[in-house]
Design a protein around this ligand. Structure first.
Ligand code: ATP
Ligand code: MG
Length: 436
């Protein structure tokens, strides 16, 4: 069955007593939006990740609403509403910091998700024909069956056109329609398959998984800025380790981090894999404890294998040629940025984290103190500890820096005025300087 053939099918209606979603779990704002649409005579449904996560007893990230009201009709109902998008317009209803996205049922146009470019005809008019559709069409153009469930505010039932509820119960991730067709329409769905499987602990259905390795190269055509957003979703959701392993397993990682992937393949001692896995594990730990994580550190770690792959020694032995180091950074980045765009605000601190690594190997006392007072010291030091865990640095050197850092943590942070005093008392940790 392909998507376009699948019309006029009856949905399964799962009544209130047959599912676990209750209004108490839905945000007040989303409920108000649903009720106002319903009271105005429109169909109003909670849809997508919200229904999926609530059905699994998880807390949804946000609540999306789908309706048969057109964007203009939605806008007329809410004062605090803005329409966004061009070809396909969405309504954003604002309540303070919370935004409820209200989407009009969308028709089955193959390019629906590939981009939102207007189809402009010759005289400059914008074609908006056939953009909006029925609930059934809206369901069948979604990616996975478990993402195509509709919670109906009119009778609290769940409307299921694609067998999503059975897949939820079986822990199965399954694309709607012919997987090869759906991946060609939008190759990012391959990444989404891995992301949802890792997030939910689901198995990717074999027909959904099978085409991925041979179709993965379609990711080359995705704009690098979109892939950047996807990489953040993949690695900053608290299941980075599982996600990384799955991306490698399905042959997807190389289309996100090509040079790192090559270096990981050539990594006979497994140190680079350990390094990346440990970095992701510590990111996951932070995410799962609501501590902040920065994309700069994440990208620094994911690209480190690419840099080391070009150096004679992965341990950056003392006396590393700084020009050679700079050159491998530049080359690794060149290959990377064609694939996944890293915005400057993250790329700059990322480069600093790297640039500080050879400086840990410097033997001079004075240079060690200068390194310690660098604004990016803490991130660079955390990075050094990861290198130690993966056996990618002389442990004595890393231990010395750890003693030095920990003994300095209780003291006030070094300021330009204090630095001289502290420098007089405390010696830098470089091994041949005797480590204080
Ligand atoms: P998350 O918890 O990560 O937000 P989500 O399922 O809500 O998960 P979104 O990216 O917010 O994911 O998308 C919302 C819904 O829009 C999805 O559940 C899916 O139904 C549909 N959707 C999103 N991206 C695509 C796509 N590339 N192809 C088809 N449908 C999509
Ligand atoms: Mg969502």
């Amino acid at each position: 069955m392909t998507v376009t053939q699948a019309r006029g099918i009856d949905p399964t209606i799962i009544t209130r007593d047959q599912h676990v979603i209750s209004r108490a779990q839905i945000s007040d704002k989303a409920l108000s939006v649903l009720y106002r649409l319903k009271n105005a005579g429109y169909g109003a449904y909670l849809v997508g990740g919200g229904v999926r996560d609530l059905s699994l007893g998880r807390e949804p990230k946000d609540f999306d609403v789908a309706t048969d009201a057109t964007p203009d009709e939605v806008k007329a109902l809410f004062r605090n509403c803005r329409l966004i998008g061009r070809r396909f317009r969405l309504a954003h209803v604002h309540w303070g910091p919370e935004i409820i996205e209200v989407a009009t049922f969308r028709a089955l146009t193959p390019d629906a998700d590939a981009g939102d470019d207007d189809h402009v005809v010759e005289d400059g008019r914008v074609l908006r024909d056939n953009v909006y559709g029925t609930i059934e069409e809206d369901a069948l153009r979604r990616d996975f069956t478990i993402n195509a469930l509709y919670y109906n505010i009119a009778d609290f039932s769940v409307v299921d056109y694609a067998g999503g509820m059975a897949d939820l119960q079986a822990g199965r991730l399954r694309l709607i329609g012919d997987p090869a067709v759906r991946y060609r329409e939008d190759p990012v769905r391959m990444l989404r398959a891995v992301r949802f499987a890792a997030k939910l602990g689901f198995t990717i259905d074999s027909a959904t998984a099978a085409p991925i390795p041979r179709m993965a190269d379609l990711l080359d055509d995705i704009p690098p800025a979109r892939l950047f957003d996807e990489v953040l979703k993949l690695f900053m959701a608290g299941q980075g380790v599982e996600t990384f392993e799955a991306l490698r397993h399905h042959g997807l990682f190389r289309y996100l981090f090509p040079a790192s992937d090559t270096a990981l393949d050539d990594d006979d001692h497994g140190q680079l894999i350990t390094f990346v896995a440990r970095a992701l594990e510590s990111t996951d730990e932070r995410v799962n404890n609501d501590r902040p994580v920065t994309p700069a550190f994440l990208f620094a770690a994911l690209l480190w294998p690419a840099i080391l792959g070009q150096l004679p020694s992965a341990r950056l032995e003392p006396g590393i040629d700084s020009e050679l180091f700079e050159q491998s950074v530049t080359e690794a980045l060149e290959r990377q940025l064609g694939q996944v765009a890293i915005p400057k605000r993250f790329a700059l601190p990322m480069r600093e984290i790297w640039a500080l690594q050879p400086r840990f190997h410097s033997a001079s006392d004075k240079k060690a103190r200068r390194l310690f007072s660098h604004p990016r010291y803490r991130a660079a030091y955390d990075f050094l500890l990861l290198r130690r865990e993966a056996g990618l640095v002389d442990p004595d050197l890393a231990n010395a820096w750890q003693r030095y850092t920990e003994s300095s943590e209780d003291a006030p942070p070094p300021t330009p005025a204090r630095r001289r005093r502290r420098g007089g008392r405390r010696r830098g940790p470089a091994p041949d300087s005797g480590d204080g």
